[in-house]
Design a binder for this molecule. Sequence first.
Ligand code: PLP
Length: 383
Amino acid sequence: MADHTPTPETTDGSGAGTTAAGLRPATVAVTAGRPAHEPDQPLNVPLVPAATYVAGGDREYGRYGNPTWEAFEEVLGGLEGGRALGFSTGMAAITCLLDLVGTGAGVVLPRHAYLGSTMAAADLEGRGRLRTTLVDVTDPDAVAAACDDDVALLWLESPTNPALEVADLERLAAIGHAAGATVVVDNTFATPLRQRPLDLGADVVVHSATKYLAGHSDALLGALVTRDDGLHQVLSDRRRLTGAVPGTLEAFLAVRGMRTLHLRLDRAEENARVLAARAAEHPAVAEVRYPGFGAIVALVLAGAEEGEGPGSAALAGDLLVRSTALWVHATSLGGVESTFERRRRWRGEAATIPQGLVRLSVGVEDVEDLWDDLARGLDRLTR
Ligand code: PLP
C-alpha cells in the first residue's frame, strides 16, 4: 500500500523500540499505513465500506480483506514488530486463539487475567474441549509446574487485569517453549510503547484495540500479532471462517487513535504516577497498586473484606464510584477520559481480588482536576 511505510522489524529481536527501517515508535505511529506520497493521494487511508470487490485481485470479498483494516494492521504490526490481524473485538481475537487448541490439551492462564479470557477458557473446559490451569504469573516456578506435557498454550498478561502484577515475560516465554507451548501475551495494558512481547519471545500478541490503541472509547476492535508467517496464515484463515472481522469504521477510528498513542500514553502515565503517589497518602486507601508504567492504577480501599454493609471495603468502593464529577463510573479503560470501577461488582471476577479494589483508568485531563475530584470522593469515605 505505502511506498514509505516502515516495514515490521525482522525476527531477530534486535533493535527493540525501532523498526527495521530504523524508525522510532512515535514515527511509526504517525507514518505507518498511509497511502503512497503521490499527487492527489489522500494523506489518510479512507474508510472503505466494501462488502465485495471486482473479481481477480487479492481481496475478492469483504470478509477476506479491506484497505482500512490493512492500514490498522500496518500501524499495529509496525509498533509490535510483527504482522497484525484485526478482529471485531479483543474477545474475538482471544477466542480465535483458544479455538485452535486441540481437544483435551492444556491451557495455562494467569489467575488474574482479564475476566473474559479466563471465562472463555473455562467455557471451553466445561464443554470438554480443553483443560485449564490458573497460575500466579509472578511465580515462574508455579508456571513451570503448571506447564505439563500436554500444554498447548501458555497465556500471559502483564500487567494483569485488575491485580496489576508484572510478569517476567522473557523467562515465562522460555518456560512455555521448553514445554512445547505456544506463548501468547495480552499486551492491552502495556501497549507496544511500553512492552514488546515478540521481542521477549512470545509467539502471539493479543490486543483489545478497544482500549489504548483506539483510545477514545468509541470503537470495539481486537488484534493478534505474530512474526511466524505460518501462524499468521492459520489465524487469518480462522478469521475468515469465523467472520470475526473488524468493522471498517472501527478500523478507521483505531488508525486515527494510534496516530496520537504516544502522546496520550505519556500524558496519562504522567497523571497516573502523580495520582498513585497522592492516593497512597490518603487514609481511605489501604494499598495502591501501580506497576510503575502505564496508566492503570488500582486503589484497595480500607474496610472489612467481608459483607457489603457499613465499614465494608465493598461499600466504600461503591460509594467512591458514585461520588465524583469528573471520574466516570464505567467499565473498560484506555480512553482519553478517566474512568473507574470496583471490579468485584462483576460476578466471576477472581475471589482473590479484594472487594475494595477500584481500578482507575487514568486519562489525559489536567491532573490537578483529577486529584481534586478523586480526593473529594476519598475524603467522604473517612468522614
Ligand atoms: N484483554 C484485556 C486486558 C481487556 O481488558 C479486555 C476488555 O476489557 C479484553 C482483552 C477484551 O477486549 P474487547 O472488550 O475488545 O473484546
